[in-house]
Design a protein around this ligand. Structure first.
Ligand SMILES: [Zn+2]
Length: 261
């Protein structure tokens, strides 16, 4: 067998390197080629991991946990797996399951609790919050590319993303989501953290908001860059819109955090 040079990589970790994982996700259009789930794992089939510890992209495929288990049990031939190494969909979708009565949304270092919207530009809510039918907080997003095509949208924690991008990464735990496209100038990261994962400062902020220490809370962190309708940068400490910088604010029960007309 004529194997590529990447097969020579010596590795003892079953988790492939970052660049291999990204290429494996990209080749299947960031979704399991059998069911479309974006929550991907990495299957070694030629050779198998037991036969040789390798991270050769040619002999690997990204699959969801269910189809990874099926592949491990021998459900598919190597030829079938090889033929599955391509996208069979034009978008991927999933949902964040962490719904709580107390959710603190942290957007570019600004903390919002029981608010309606974090960012409204030209009358369009780009980042906003709603209660679901059970009274749990949810996140909604409208992310546009430079041509004002919506390439990522989330409504009440259910999201849908176009796949003509550089990367979509959301491991099976479905606690984080990375969505990146240099050509569209979009780079978004969403991360949910339960109380036990919070640092002391964030725990204090939940107390500032009056959230009882014995009740469940989840923090949802949003960072990244979006290009339209106006370029906005969210880093860990502030939101930058043109020359305006908003950082470190605590918003409770407010309407709109940042509004650009
Ligand atoms: Zn699948």
């Amino acid at each position: 067998m004529n194997r590529s040079t990447t097969s020579k990589v010596k590795s003892t970790s079953r988790t492939p390197p970052v660049d291999v994982r990204r290429r494996l996700r990209a080749e299947v259009g960031f979704g399991c080629p059998l069911c479309g789930s974006p929550h991907l794992e990495y299957h070694h089939f030629n050779p198998t991991w037991a036969e040789q510890k390798h991270h050769d992209q040619q002999g690997m495929i990204a699959l969801c946990a269910e189809h990874h288990a099926a592949a491990d049990s021998g459900a598919f031939t190597n030829d079938q797996l090889k033929s599955l190494k391509r996208p069979n969909h034009t978008f991927v979708q999933s949902s964040f399951q962490r719904r709580r009565k107390h959710t603190v949304f942290v957007c570019g270092g600004n903390y919002a609790y029981q608010c309606d919207s974090m960012l409204r530009v030209a009358g369009i809510d780009l980042i906003y919050f709603e209660k679901d039918e059970f009274g749990y907080d949810t996140l909604s997003l409208n992310i546009y590319d430079v041509c004002m095509n919506r390439i990522f949208e989330m409504r009440m924690n259910d999201w849908l993303a176009r796949i003509n991008v550089d990367d979509i990464e959301t491991p099976p735990a479905a606690r984080t989501l990375l969505f990146k496209s240099a050509i569209h100038r979009v780079n978004v990261k969403i991360e949910f953290k339960d109380r036990k994962m919070l640092n002391p400062e964030d725990n204090n902020i939940s107390t500032e908001f009056g959230i009882p220490a014995d009740e469940d809370v989840v923090f949802c962190f949003f960072t990244g860059d979006i290009p339209a309708p106006v370029p906005v940068k969210f880093n860990n400490s502030n939101i930058q819109v043109g020359s305006m910088i908003v950082g470190g604010s605590r918003m409770a029960g407010c309407g709109v955090g940042v509004q650009v007309n």
